[in-house]
Each structure stands twice: as structure tokens, then as C-alpha cells.
Write a protein that binds this ligand. Sequence first.
Ligand SMILES: *Cc1c(COP(=O)(O)O)cnc(C)c1O
Length: 468
Amino acid sequence: MSEADSVPVGTLTCPTPDERPDLWPWSAAREGGVLRLGGGDLTAVAADFGTPTFVLDVEAMRGRARVWASAMAEEFWDGYGMNGGDAFYAGKAFLSADVARLVVAEGLGVDTASLGELTLALRAGVDPERIGLHGNNKSDEEIRLALELGIHRIFIDSMDEVRQIERIAASLGVSAPVMVRLKSGIHAGGNEYIATAHEDQKFGLSLATGQAYEAVAAIKDAAHLDFRGLHSHIGSQIFGTEAFTEAARIVVDFAARLKAELDLEVPAIDLGGGVGIAYTAQDPEPTSPVELARALAGVVRERCAHHGLPIPHVSVEPGRSIVGPAMVMLYRVGVVKDISLEGGGVRRYVAIDGGMSDNIRPVLYGAAYTATLANRDPEQALELARCRIVGKHCESGDIIIRDIDLPADIAAGDLLVVPAVGAYGYSMASNYNMATKPGVLAVEDGAARWFIRPQTVDHLLALDAGLE
Ligand SMILES: *Cc1c(COP(=O)(O)O)cnc(C)c1O
């Protein structure tokens, strides 16, 4: 028996948009039993565009981006004796041309971490001056493109990369703007694989072993590297402000050491992303951008005063917290199967028309999700049943939700909605079982348009040389 089997049916239901507005796009509401998003019925979306489909509430994403930009601008405003602040959207959470333009229009930059993300941002028209490049093993091609186009900054992640960028910048006859990614030693985040600042993981240059110091010293001496500052990203799906402020303190203290020992100014610091969001009713309310920006400003100000340092420009890199809650997944229910459990009782397996190919997070991190029906209100159901939501892939681990209470008469044709899939949903989607990736439909003011079209089988087969 799983833990959930001992919980009475009715306790693992999905919070409504009224109960947990942080879990849902802002426009989500039920009308006549039907769930609406962006001014239209999700039943109509399913009928017109098919399932499975990612549905993005554009205004919700825009608003979330805007709040980050304004929180950073306000809390680090020169008028408060600071030196400016801004936010870069972490494109890996979910990127398309329209998304890149949307965040830029709200005043954010775009962080990329691959040739594909970088090329997309450039082709979408993002000013290279507003693009950052991350990665722990960047190719020469990625670095060359970044330098040729004059992007804002490249985040150096290793001693090898100091030499690699110096070599490429020298060959191009340019000066490369670089920041150094620190391994602060802080262990934070929802899962071992998304915590990124403790010693025994691949990202960053260690403060503890002196690697980071050596890298900065080498950058200072390099003819074609322009030291722009320090970076720290401690992990993802983090709640509260403490882990972030602790990291900020470590970064500023290191900046003081660079000033004292190398006479080097640190003009900017980037404190990364990682702010958590709610996926289920069990998750706490997320930390707001204003709360975090204010806490960071407090620590940066205090530590700089302590060391007698000028206040650096400060940026952050939110991904999940901008797009995660702005998008839902719309599935059609197919087969429903009751399975007898060894200890007695049954488990109702509800299969949907997607699965681990469009949402790998439950399998990859044990991530929990919730769901509700879009075509009728579960609160009107006469009886609920404990269900397990499974996909259509050839793996018994293809589970989207382990335990959720849904109307006992759930049946083929019902529409299942999973909230908070905007981050690391589409961007981690795969073609396992030659599943075609669902499209991302943007809804706003009662209108719908594709941000990303659904893949077809022809797209899948296009690269198969044996079919040419
Ligand atoms: C993934 C990542 C982010 C964004 O993290 P979220 O948890 O999505 O906010 C920001 N910066 C870096 C360096 C990252 O790797």
C-alpha cells in the first residue's frame, strides 16, 4: 500500500483557482462547470486544437515577467543608493520566439545555455546586449557565435573555459565579457539533481578549493577577457529567501577579497534563479519576487558597507517562477482500468493521451502534480475515487500523478488539466515511442494562437535517412 492509500478519499483533490491562485494561471476560472483560460473554454480548445496540448496564459506569463523586472529595478534603484538591478529569463525553462519577445518587452534579458537557445533568441530579434550564455561544457561554436554577435556576457564555468574563451576571443580580435560562476557551497533545492552549488556536482568554480580565485586571477591577466563580475545559482524549486541571501553574502564577501588581494572591482553580480512554485496543495506559497529582491538588496547593501565596497549591479535569472504557473497541460482521458491491490482495495488507473514524453519531471525527480477535469466540475461529483494518472508509453513508470481523487465516473472523453507545467515541461519533452511533441497554444482575450505548433509524424520521420 502506498502512503496515499491510507489517506481518506477526498483529501487529495486539486485546489481550485480560488483556493490556490498561485498554482493556476491568473485567468483560470470555472463557468458552468467548464474550466476557462485566457477568456475561452478549455473544452473548445480541445475540440479546435486537439490534445494533448500545452496551453499558455499569455497575460499570466507577461505579468509574472513584469513583476520580476519591476521588483529588481525598484529594490536596486540608484535612488536608493544601489547600482541598478534587472532580471534575465532562464530560457531553458521554456523558450519560443514569442516567449523571448514577450520577456524582452517586459524589460528582461534572456539567458541561454546552448547553440539552439542562443540562435533562437537571436532570430527572435533579442538584442545580443540582452543575452547571456551559460553552460558547463560550451562548444567553440557556441562561444564563437556569442562573441561574433557581441552578447552581454558569458558565464565561465571552468579553468578550461578561461583558456578556451581567451583563445577564441584572440582569434576574433575581440574582448570577451565574462562572469565567473561560483560554487558557493550552499545546498538548496527540491532535488539532488537540481541543487547546483554544493561541492560534489559539476557546475561552477569552487570557492573552497581556491579554483574560483585562480580563475578570476587568470581572467584579470588575460588579454582578451573582460571581467564583468560574479555569478551564483544555488539550485531550483527553492522556497524562502534564506538560501539566496546566504549565497549573496558569500558572493559579496568574495568580491571583497578580490578587491583586497587583486585590486579588482566586481561591477556586477548575478544571483541566479531557482525560486520555487507550487505544484500541488501540499506545496507552500512561493516567495514573491518583491520579497526576494528586497532581501537580496538588504544583504548586498549590508555586506558592501561592511567591506567598504561600491554596490554592484545585481541581476537574477528566474525561469520556473515566470512560466511554470502560467501554463497548463490539457489531456484527453482514454482507458480507465481498476487494478486489485495485494493488500485489498483497488487502484483506478486513468490513462491519458500523453505521458512521460511531455512531462518527464515525475519520472526524473519524483515531482508531484495535481489535476482536475476541464469539462466538468469535480466538486459536483457524487463520488470520488483515488486515481493514478498514467501515460501511454511503454514503461510502467510512465506515471504523471501517483494519487489523486477524481470523480469516480471518470471515463474516456473527459478532459484532464494539469496545472503548473510551464517550466521544464515542453523544454524537456522527448519523442519517446515516436510520440509527437504537443504544441504550445497561447491564449489571451478569448483568442488562441500557436507559440509552437504540434509536431507531426512527418517531422519525426524527416531525419530518417532510410526513408529518403
Ligand atoms: C536553470 C537555471 C536558472 C533558472 O532556474 P529556475 O529554477 O527555473 O528559476 C537560472 N540560472 C541558471 C544558471 C540555471 O542553470
